[in-house]
Design a protein around this ligand. Sequence first.
Ligand code: HEM
Length: 429
Amino acid sequence: MSVPKIPTELIAPAFNPATFGIGRREAIDQLFTRLRKDYPLALAEVPGYDPHWIVTKYEDIREISRQDHLFHSADRSKTLASQIAEKLMRDYSGGMPTIFKTLVHMDDPEHAEHRKVTQPEFYPQAIAKMESQIREMARRHIDEFLAKGQGADFATELAFRFPAEVVLTMIGVPKKDHQKLLDLTHWLFTYADPDLCRPGANITDPQEIIKTWDVVYNEFKNYFESMIHERQTCPMGDLTSLIANGKVGGCPMNERNMISYLVILSTAGHDSAAATSAMSMWMLAEHPELFRKMKDNPGLIRGFVDESIRWASPVQQFVRSATEDYVLRGQQIKKGDLLYLSYISANRDEEVFKDPFTFDPERSPNSHIAFGYGPHICLGQHLAKLEMRVLWEELLPRLASVEMAAPGKFAESEFVCGPKSVPINYTLA
Ligand code: HEM
């Protein structure tokens, strides 16, 4: 069976963070539309990277993601990484493919054991109990944002801040430290964006990427170490207390896994929701008919949130490695092969979504996989949806109109990617 290969010049831009910062991501959408048509499952051989199967189709990503015993998360880098970055990481971490050992970097039974330590806190019933507290936070952030006046940047001044406050409060981080953890999140996820990267980092040098991960890990470690010890002596009702006292396989979690657990909650726990809300506002500001429809039909807000998540698909990719030979879409995947799961492509798959490039708050069904699928499906999906619903329920009645005050900008990141700037003008209702 001959292996289909994507011409290198076609796929190489998807390996470059800068491509994700272009315009409204048209370049990425065009690329993956072409791939779904001509190379739905094919090998990318980009110089400097091991070959990756680029998985563009919705059903294929689901087939891979639900079989995590066949497609591992822990054996290789969990996100796209160059050969040199992976080697540096292994040298640095004594053979591990990554510095962090978070839920996304684990396979079962380790994964399930760790996930269940906090999972009940993220069940819909538990999240629903937080609605009034989250609504109060949303109102405060909206007041603060509107006080900044015309031209204020919705992305940096509201979308980044509100979900961070929600999850960091759940973790037990005092408000005075939220900005610090927000910055660390950007250094990690948008390490290649000139505006959001670690100050002074040379974003084109792989050594510097590893250095950034090391700096971020140590900053988080220094921050959370004392909190963990405090909560072990005196547990409080927060996520840090659960993690600090959590048992895996009957034993306490090791310290690296505790820190990593807190890192994923403090980073993934707000960055994608922020990107999605910023994207939603961008859509409203550019489409007065959508804004009017949402104003006139508050009952559509849940659908608007789901469609915003599909549309934004802020997590661009995660990578899996095959644990045995497997045939997918007629192609022979070999044991050890790497598979790049493109969530944005899956969420634009014409075979699943009618008019995928139309933003439709009434889309039904809307079974996007922006939260992933299978055992690793996003732990915070119900929290993210609640935060966004409450935000729009509170903000839309306050506005009579909204438009972009200047062109918006996307972050340059091939991993978590959304608008980094959405300046708006508005009239109040
Ligand atoms: C996992 C996306 C919000 C915490 C994931 C995964 C995706 C994702 C695609 C799957 C990883 C995989 O398959 O390996 C999103 C999007 C969000 C969002 C699009 C918002 C729109 C949140 C929030 C939290 C969170 C608010 C708060 C706690 C996590 C955690 C995992 C995860 C802990 C790891 C789960 C595991 O490996 O078992 N997310 N996420 N996410 N997400 Fe989210």
